[in-house]
Design a protein around this ligand. Structure first.
Ligand SMILES: C[S@@+](CC[C@H](N)C(=O)[O-])C[C@H]1O[C@@H](n2cnc3c(N)ncnc32)[C@H](O)[C@@H]1O
Length: 198
């Protein structure tokens, strides 16, 4: 597999357990920032009632597409370009938008884009699932997440572990309500939001 990530491999089983609970029925899912496609391949294979649409920036597409072609099950669609900076979102609706380890990588402006645009493409009662490290009222959940935040910012000053309260505020304004905040292994959280009917 091109671009294999040990971290993505380590957390895929725990993520599957949560998504399996929240996505029991036929689901059209859009993944943002699929990376090498490890989650897409594993999760779609286990959740064969989910039609999984991977996406990422243009530069990532060749490796992502090659991995999906080689290892993906039949219910994964060909990856599409979706750049949070370029507003290249598909003109379709989805029952779930899933983004793992993206909110702390992209700038806060692009994180806002993710939440606002996700809310627009979700069907009524559709779910936004955000996985990764988060902080609460400015406090890191662990010293290692504080170190990780410093490391991220040294690499790119616009990156950083985000406050759940900031995300909650954006989500509320976008018509999404928090339905679960689950603690995950390795100091991560899964935040699940549901779109409220207009
Ligand atoms: C840390 S990786 C996470 C990959 C995968 N989701 C995982 O959990 O292993 C962050 C991902 O965000 C993507 N990303 C960065 N900037 C982006 C942007 N402007 N629009 C969409 N995705 C972006 C990167 O290409 C990368 O695949």
């Amino acid at each position: 597999m091109q671009g294999f990530s040990q971290a993505a491999d380590n957390n895929k089983a725990a993520i599957l357990a949560v998504l399996a609970e929240w996505l029991p029925n036929q689901t059209k899912l859009l993944e943002i920032g699929s990376g090498a496609g490890q989650h897409a391949i594993h999760l779609a294979a286990a959740l064969n009632h989910v039609l999984w649409q991977p996406s990422d920036r243009e530069i990532v597409l060749p490796a992502l597409t090659s991995n999906i072609d080689e290892y993906g099950p039949a219910n994964i669609l060909g990856p599409i370009t979706l750049d949070l900076a370029a507003h290249t979102w598909p003109a379709q609706t989805y029952n779930c938008v899933y983004a793992a380890n993206v909110m702390h990588i992209v700038s806060s402006e692009l994180g806002e884009n993710l939440i606002r645009r996700a809310a627009k493409v979700l069907t009524d009662e559709g779910l936004l699932a955000l996985y990764g490290p988060f902080k609460y009222a400015g406090d890191f959940t662990t010293p290692s997440n504080a170190d990780f935040d410093l490391w991220l910012k040294e690499r790119d000053a616009q990156s950083g572990v985000r406050d759940v309260e900031w995300i909650l505020d954006l989500a509320t304004h976008a018509g999404l309500r928090l339905v679960e905040d689950r603690q995950m292994p390795a100091n991560n959280q899964m935040l699940i939001f549901q779109k409220t009917a207009d």
